[in-house]
Design a binder for this molecule. Structure first.
Ligand SMILES: O=C(O)CCC(=O)N[C@@H](CCC(=O)O)C(=O)O
Ligand SMILES: [Zn+2]
Length: 337
C-alpha cells in the first residue's frame, strides 16, 4: 500500500472504515498509516521535543481544515516542507465526510474521554480508536516534552469573530501565554474559556495527557472543493513554522477577544426553542433579561447585557448542548502559565 500522489485524504475517503497498517519513507522522515485517517510521522531530525496532533473532520462536513491539513501533508511527503517535530494527523470521521454529514449516528465530538462507552455504531468505535491512536502517540514521552493537540473545525453559522477557539476547562484556570500568543499569530480572533469538563476531543487530550489542546474554529462550513483556502493563510504559516522548526509564531494576546463561558444551554425537551433568528451569527449579543431559550421544562433569561450566544443549535437529541452563553472579559483578568 502507498499514498498515491501523497494524497492522504483521497486514500482515507476511498477506505473510510479501515486500512491495514503500512509504513513509508518521505524525504525528512518515516511514517506509518496506522488505520484509516490515522497517520503518524516521525522526523529524521527533531528540532524540538514537540509532539503535535492535528485532528480534522471530527465532524465530517467540516471540510476546510481537512483540505488545509492534507495540503500540509502533501508538502511534507513531497519534500517541500522539512518535518522537524513529531506529527499525528487524524481525519476523524471519514464515513460522515463521504456522506457530507456532520455525523452518521452520534456526534463524535461528544464521545471522547470515554463518552463512547454505552454507545453502539461507527462513531462510538471511532472515538475509541482515535483515543487509542493518541495514547500510542503520546506514550513514553518525558516530562519536558511538549504535547499539543489542535482539533480543527468549522462552524455551522457565520460569526462576529470569524476564527475562534474553545480553550477546554483547565484546572485552576491558568492559561498558556505562549499558546494564546501562537493562536493570535495564527489569525484567531477570539477565545472561549470553558467552564466545565466535557467529552470533546480537545478536553480529552488536555485532561488525560496535559496537552495544550484546543478546538479551533476556522470559519464557516463548506463542502469539499468550495473552501477558500486563502482564508487559512495565517494558520497555515504558523503551522508550517511549527512543523519545520518547532517554533511558535507569536503575536500580542491583546489582539484576542476573550470570553468566559457562563452557561451551557441544554435541550431538555422536544418543545425546547432558542429565541434567535435562523441566521443569527455566533457571538450575537443580548440585553439583560431577554428570554433566550424556553421549553415546557425550563427557561433561560440573559443575565447581563452583552452576554452572547455561540454554537446555537436545537437540531440535536434531548440532553445535548444547544448553545453556550459567553461574556467578554479582559485578558488582564486571566492567570497565565
Ligand atoms: O457551529 C456549531 O454549532 C458547531 C461547531 C463545532 O463543531 N463546534 C465544536 C466545539 C467543541 C468544543 O466545545 O470544544 C462542537 O460542537 O463539537
Ligand atoms: Zn465541528
Amino acid at each position: 500500500m502507498t499514498i498515491l500522489n501523497h494524497d492522504f485524504l483521497a486514500l482515507t475517503l476511498a477506505n473510510p472504515h479501515s486500512i491495514a497498517p503500512f509504513e513509508l519513507d518521505f524525504p525528512s522522515g518515516t511514517g506509518v498509516v496506522e488505520d484509516t485517517g490515522i497517520f503518524r510521522l516521525e522526523p529524521h531530525q527533531a528540532k524540538q521535543d514537540i509532539s503535535l496532533v492535528l485532528s480534522v473532520g471530527v465532524h465530517g462536513n467540516e471540510t476546510g481544515p481537512i483540505e488545509l491539513v492534507n495540503e500540509l501533508l502533501i508538502q511534507i511527503l513531497s519534500g517541500r516542507l522539512t518535518l522537524g517535530i513529531r506529527l499525528l494527523v487524524l481525519i476523524g470521521n471519514p464515513v460522515a465526510a463521504n456522506a457530507g454529514k456532520r455525523f452518521c449516528e452520534v456526534n463524535l465530538n461528544r464521545l471522547f474521554h470515554g463518552g463512547w462507552q454505552g454507545y453502539q455504531g461507527f462513531e462510538a468505535k471511532r472515538a475509541e480508536r482515535l483515543e487509542q491512536a493518541i495514547n500510542d502517540f503520546y506514550r513514553d514521552l518525558d516530562e519536558k516534552h511538549t504535547k499539543l493537540h489542535y482539533d480543527l473545525h468549522t462552524a455551522i453559522r457565520g460569526s462576529e469573530h470569524e476564527k475562534f477557539v474553545v480553550y477546554p476547562y483547565v484546572k485552576e484556570a491558568r492559561y498558556s501565554k505562549q499558546q494564546l500568543s501562537f493562536l493570535a499569530a495564527s489569525g484567531i480572533d477570539a477565545v472561549l474559556l470553558s467552564h466545565q469538563a466535557t467529552t470533546t476531543f480537545s478536553f480529552h487530550s488536555y485532561e488525560t495527557y496535559g496537552a495544550h489542546a484546543f478546538t479551533i474554529e476556522l470559519g464557516k462550513v463548506y463542502p469539499f472543493g468550495q473552501n477558500d483556502l486563502s482564508r487559512f493563510t495565517q494558520m497555515e504559516s504558523s503551522l508550517c513554522l511549527l512543523l519545520e522548526e518547532g517554533t511558535f509564531a507569536q503575536s500580542e494576546i491583546s489582539l484576542l477577544s476573550i470570553f468566559t463561558v457562563l452557561d451551557a444551554l441544554i435541550k431538555d425537551d422536544e418543545s425546547y426553542q432558542l429565541n434567535i433568528a435562523e441566521d443569527a451569527n455566533n457571538f450575537s449579543q443580548f440585553e439583560s433579561d431577554f428570554l433566550l431559550s424556553s421549553s415546557k421544562k425550563s427557561e433561560y433569561r440573559v443575565k447581563q447585557s452583552g452576554d452572547a450566544i455561540v454554537f446555537p443549535n436545537t437540531n440535536l437529541p434531548i440532553g445535548q448542548r444547544a448553545g453556550l452563553v459567553v461574556r467578554p472579559i479582559s485578558a488582564h483578568d486571566l492567570s497565565y502559565v
